[in-house]
Design a protein around this ligand. Structure first.
Ligand code: GUN
Length: 293
């Protein structure tokens, strides 16, 4: 069994990005600039955004954090987005999700100029990516693809089972794995909460991607010998063992599944760090106007 070390790969990619940024700056260009809008004080969102800002520093990017209380109105948020869309000093920006219930998330996503949508959530980026046109790719699927590439996990002609059909992980990942490319060229099955044969599908899978957000959902009896397992779960469960009082828990029963696997990602330290690195890559692409002028 080989452990896929997302933390190490992400550190390496951040170094590669920092080298590119140093070159850009040496050629008289400015460093890429990412802005993030954070609404409220949700613990998970605070941590994610703090990690994104920190990663910007490591990559040599400029970053700006814009905070609103959770009483912010939809109109105020739309005004802030309009300002960022028009601000030529900002290459890309994100609005951290989830948003308070009184705000229509889809309306917010669609208000972002797709040329600055480094989360890859805007329907234009989703659509372009799904037909193989250059686009900002959603961070988690792009991170998983990069891990498969860097560990030479064979996907061509393999059966991949993706558990979960979310717009930001399951669906876009299934699309990327179907591309005529490597990593890709896979036969992809997407199973979800209404599927009646999840175990059977998983037992025929060469690669299983678990992205449903249920701690320890994938158990050893669902995995065949030699399968590769990618765990996207990051449920925060209370813990007395950590300073934060929480522990990140994956969707895979790691201790029992790992011995059967050819490759497996841990939680934490697997897909999570790659997600942030994908955002950094998109920001670099935005800063160098590599996808949209
Ligand atoms: N909330 C959880 N993951 C993400 C993400 O990748 N981007 C944004 N904007 N919000 C999130």
């Amino acid at each position: 069994m080989q452990l896929i070390d997302g933390k190490a790969v992400s550190e390496q990619i951040k170094k590669e990005i920092a080298e590119e940024v140093a070159l850009m700056v040496a050629h008289g260009k400015r460093a890429p600039h990412l802005a993030a809008i954070l609404v409220g004080h949700d613990g998970g969102s605070e941590t994610y955004v703090a990690n994104k800002v920190k990663a910007c520093g490591v990559c040599g990017f400029k970053s700006t954090l814009i905070r609103f209380e959770d009483t912010v109105t939809e109109v105020e948020l739309l005004e802030a987005i309009d300002g960022l869309n028009k601000d030529d000093s900002v290459d890309g920006f994100i609005v951290q999700l989830p948003l308070p219930k009184h705000i229509d998330e889809q309306k917010i996503i669609e208000a972002i100029d797709y040329r600055k949508d480094v989360d890859g959530f805007h329907p234009i980026n989703v659509g372009r990516a799904s037909i193989g046109l250059p686009a900002f790719l959603s961070a988690t699927p792009a991170g998983i693809i990069e891990l498969l590439r860097r560990y030479n996990v064979e996907t061509r002609g393999k059966h991949v089972v993706v558990i979960g059909r979310s717009n930001i992980v399951g669906k876009p990942l299934a699309n990327l794995l179907m591309r005529k490319d490597y990593p890709g060229d896979a036969t992809v099955t997407v199973v979800h909460s209404r599927s009646t044969d999840i175990r059977e599908q998983c037992l025929s899978a060469d690669i299983i991607v678990c992205a449903l957000g249920k701690p320890h959902f994938l158990t050893a009896d669902m995995v065949r010998e030699g399968a590769a397992v990618i765990d996207v779960g990051t449920t925060r469960v209370p813990s007395t063992l950590t300073k934060s009082g929480f522990k990140l828990t994956g969707d895979v029963d790691f201790d029992n599944v790992a011995p059967k696997c050819s490759f497996i990602t841990p939680v934490p330290g697997g897909v999570g760090p790659m997600t942030i690195v994908s955002l950094m890559k998109n920001t670099l692409l935005a800063g160098s106007k590599a996808i949209y002028k």
